[in-house]
Design a protein. Structure first.
Length: 271
């Protein structure tokens, strides 16, 4: 099942020749993109704001608007954290974590697109609809990550003679975590065949090393903060990761799409 507003991944990588047809059309939503929505009512009907209004909003109300937006984001992170824990337990942890992660990413995408619907209802509906699809797409990478983590623990306990396999396992684990940070955003933004989901995520992560490093910094910082404040995972850590990871993914997806859609920079560099 394709989520509302999801794009075809193959449009971003035009060398692919076949694509799975979308489950349902959502052209008006796609036109907005991950950063869509927003704007004041005057702008929506095509009227320009008076200059005085812009000056007042930028000076007198700027910090209050920023503060409100920050509080709204933190509140959403806390709600997503609670919903993720609840629905993960509802699915027996193993089968509940993947659809809960996809549901959280979908709620973040709706929020960023200017469609702040009821997050609880949206989360529950998405979790139920993607229970099978999310597990098919995200459970294999999770199992692979658990296996690599266990092997790393075993190699670490083996001592210095297992240094080479230990470092190799650690490198593979880091790459897998970097890929995993892209997967929730990839799931909700593109319509990717499930059998190619992990390979497409790996391809995007390796093709964009700097954004992938930024994606890795998010769980690393949250893990460090959680080690200092152990109650943080129960309050906001998971929700913060879902929000920041999805926000970064959608932002870089949009930049990648605009870069591929505009060939002018490439034409300028051609002698």
């Amino acid at each position: 099942m394709m989520l509302s507003g999801s794009r075809n991944f193959w449009k971003t990588f035009p060398e692919a020749t076949t694509a799975r047809p979308p489950a349902r059309q959502a052209a008006t939503v796609r036109a907005r993109g991950p950063q869509g929505g927003g704007g004041c009512p005057m702008e929506k009907i095509g009227l320009a704001r008076p200059a005085a209004v812009d000056d007042v909003s930028r000076s007198g109300e700027h910090w209050t608007i920023r503060l409100y937006e920050a509080c709204s984001v933190v509140s959403l992170m806390a709600r997503l954290n609670a919903l993720w824990l609840l629905f993960t337990l509802l699915g027996g942890v193993v089968l509940g974590a993947a659809p809960a992660t996809v549901a959280a990413a979908h709620c973040v995408r709706e929020h960023l697109a200017g469609r702040p619907r009821r997050p609880v209802a949206t989360f529950a509906r998405t979790w139920r609809a993607e229970l099978v699809g999310a597990n098919v797409a995200l459970l294999p990478p999770a199992v692979l990550g658990a296996a690599l983590g266990w092997n790393y623990v075993l190699f670490s306990a083996a001592g210095p003679e297992a240094a080479v396999p230990r470092l190799s396992t650690l490198a593979a684990l880091v790459v897998l975590v970097a890929v995993g940070c892209w997967l929730p955003g990839l799931y909700v933004h593109y319509d990717v065949p499930r059998r190619q989901f992990l390979t497409k995520g790996l391809r995007f992560a390796l093709a964009n090393p700097v954004p992938s490093v930024l994606q890795l910094l998010v769980p690393a910082a949250l893990a460090y903060a959680s080690s200092r404040l152990t109650i943080l995972p129960l309050l906001v850590a998971v929700g913060a990761w879902c929000f920041l990871s999805t926000w970064l993914a959608l932002r870089f997806f949009a930049e990648n799409e605009s870069r591929l859609a505009d060939p002018r920079p490439a034409a300028k560099t051609t002698p």
